[in-house]
Design a protein around this ligand. Sequence first.
Ligand code: FPP
Length: 248
Amino acid sequence: MAIFKKKPQSELSLSDIILPEHIGIIMDGNGRWAKKRGLPRSAGHTAGAQTFRKIARYCSDIGIKYLTVYAFSTENWRRPKEEIDALMRLFKDYLTEAIRDFKDDSIVLRFLGDRSAFSDDLLALMDENEDESKDREGMVLNIAMNYGGRAELIKAMREIAAEAVDGKISPDDINEEMISNHLYTKGQPDPDLIIRPSGENRTSNFLLWQSAYAEYVIMDVLWPDFKEKDLDAALIEYAKRNRRFGGV
Ligand code: FPP
């Protein structure tokens, strides 16, 4: 257990627990949040983007080293065009602001996923943010965009197969480390904790390989309503878990 102060569980706070190094968040429930208010789904995403900004900043402030958020999956292209357009506009707005406002910030921005589908102006913003932030020393914020765990594994397998065909490796050389090194998260620790708001009990193709031993915390709150106190609750729940990694 990652709790180092003896206290009744209801009184635990962040100072009593060991924090996870890497948190993943499936930012779910934007559509339901909007529907409950009679608003278009895009309004839910706009509210979700505000929550994302707030929670990313909070994670950085409390000392989380890696945060990965699921912003757009390889399957999300199946949504109506106006919803996709609204999401792309939000990504552009956020990345434009990030370049302008976060100059003195310590957050390192990275993008996970297949970039080939994005427009040139969005790609330029992604490159610029990664480049501007790469030497910073704070939290690594991975934004998964056009990301799918299966697509990521196919990419890794193709790259490894090509090395085998070229005679650079033999099939016996393939091990966990080699596969991890062909993923978008190369060089980063696996997530310890994955939070899914909105009550759904699914992985939805998020960090399939990397989450092999992650602790899942499913929460009933919809993402736009998610507050710092909800993150604290997830962290305390995580700290109570007994992680055994297959041992006893
Ligand atoms: C899932 O909720 C959410 C998404 C597919 C989009 C997540 C994107 C954001 C929160 C925008 C912010 C991101 C950045 C990087 C600015 P859903 O729409 O599937 O919700 P539902 O299950 O209630 O319909």
